[in-house]
Design a protein around this ligand. Structure first.
Ligand code: NAD
Ligand SMILES: O=C(O)C(=O)C[C@@H](O)[C@H](O)[C@H](O)COP(=O)(O)O
Ligand code: ZN
Length: 359
């Protein structure tokens, strides 16, 4: 087992990474009260729920199985979590445990932030995306039909428990979606990692355990550093949003039901790199290089047919990085160096959107 720390003073917590931790990690010792609710979905429950409940034989351990899918990451599902907690008389000393991917993690985290004004929660991420990104950092939210993650809170987990073995049951399309967020760390702040990923691409694609564990560790290390420096995104945490302004617009436009988050982020990162090249900020070779890696992972390099530049502009106006009416974008200055800025040529943005929309 390898452990990283998210250093946030009194809200600091560990990220434990290892094979088999779902069974072997002494999870019950980490819980402060005598009540837990494990919340998961109908796909993950038959695979892993029983193994997790075994840890809590001595506590009141309730389980809640939600429907599966990004389209259920909404206020209605959140309401069903609150209802289950009250029905089972969970008090302020309860602990919510999120067993699942980013959808479960974001919703359970938000439920924990709100229930009785805040209770403990633990992340047990089961997708690559959740293991490298969403389980760390305390961004919790649900979607609104008009915009992605628009209703949420910062609420840090008490612990992140990453069992790398659970990736064995993850479909390849989901693995690839998570890989998009892995590449992101290389692009925005860790060029050595980007090159390591290029060198180890074949191993990662074929799910070599050692390579995947290393990619998870280095991703969490990057994320933990960014979060420790800027917990609530007053500054550089926004760099973790590379590709997300475009990506979130795609997810919203397609009703949160066709594109995976990581897929939308993949082509969104390519759009951000394309725009950075157009601005003359970054070496032009980066764009085909990134497109090549995305294609190898069967991640999209084009946007959904029918989307228009005006539709992007309209949806992006609700992006959380808008400040005083100006849309800030995450762009690259060079490989491993990103900026969040509203100081770009609007023509380059329009041309980027036209290039990808084919207009
Ligand atoms: N909070 C953050 O910092 C943050 C960061 C990145 C993404 N996100 C959010 O995360 C969400 C995407 O998360 P995701 O990609 O994990 O999607 P997801 O949670 O929908 O999971 C993907 C699919 O894999 C299934 N699954 C999960 N674990 C499995 C396993 N081990 N074996 C078999 N199937 C399994 C799920 O049931 C689901 O069908 C988005 O809502 C995104 O906005 C949040
Ligand atoms: O942790 C962060 O900060 C991120 O931006 C990570 C992103 O990968 C993630 O998708 C996040 O949920 C996006 O946040 P949002 O504030 O743009 O909704
Ligand atoms: Zn993301």
């Amino acid at each position: 087992m390898r452990t990283l720390q998210v250093a946030l003073a009194e809200r600091s917590y560990p990220i434990h990474i290892g094979a088999g931790l779902l069974d072997t990690f002494p999870l019950a010792e980490q819980v402060r009260g005598n009540q837990v609710m494990i919340i998961t979905n109908e796909t993950i429950a038959p695979l892993y729920l029983e193994r997790l409940t075994r840890h809590f034989a001595a506590s009141q351990c309730d389980t809640l199985v939600l429907p599966d899918g990004e389209k259920f990451k909404n206020l209605e599902t959140l309401e069903s979590i609150f209802d289950a907690l009250m029905a089972r008389r969970h008090s302020r000393t309860t602990t919510l445990i999120a067993l699942g991917g980013g959808v479960i993690g974001d919703m359970v985290g938000f439920a924990a932030a709100c229930y009785q004004r805040g209770v403990d929660f633990i992340q047990v991420p089961t997708t690559l995306l959740a293991q490298v990104d969403s389980s760390v950092g305390g961004k919790t939210a649900v979607n609104h039909p008009r915009g992605k993650n628009m209703i949420g809170a910062f609420h840090q987990p008490r612990l992140v428990l990453i069992d790398t073995d659970v990736l064995a049951t993850l479909p390849q399309r989901e693995l690839a979606a998570g890989y998009a967020e892995v590449i992101k760390y290389g692009l925005i702040r860790d060029p050595d990692f980007y090159h390591w990923l290029e060198t180890n691409n074949d191993k990662l694609l074929s799910r070599d355990n050692e390579a995947l564990s290393e990619a998870i560790y280095r991703s969490c290390e990057n994320k933990a550093q960014v979060v420790a420096d800027d917990e609530t995104e007053q500054g550089n945490r926004a760099l973790l949003n590379l590709g997300h302004t475009f990506g979130h617009a795609i997810e919203t436009a397609t009703g949160y039901s066709q594109w995976l988050h990581g897929e939308a982020v993949a082509v969104g990162m390519l759009m951000a790199v394309h725009m950075s090249v157009r601005l003359g900020w970054v070496d032009a070779a980066l764009e085909p290089g990134l497109a090549g890696v995305l294609a190898q992972w069967q991640l999209p390099v084009t946007i959904p047919p029918g989307m228009t530049p005006d539709q992007f502009i309209d949806l992006m106006a609700l992006d959380k990085k808008v400040q005083n009416g100006r849309l800030r974008l995450v762009l690259l200055r060079q490989l491993g160096e990103a900026v969040v800025t509203a100081d770009y040529d609007a023509v380059a943005l329009r041309q980027t959107l036209e290039a990808f929309c084919g207009t």
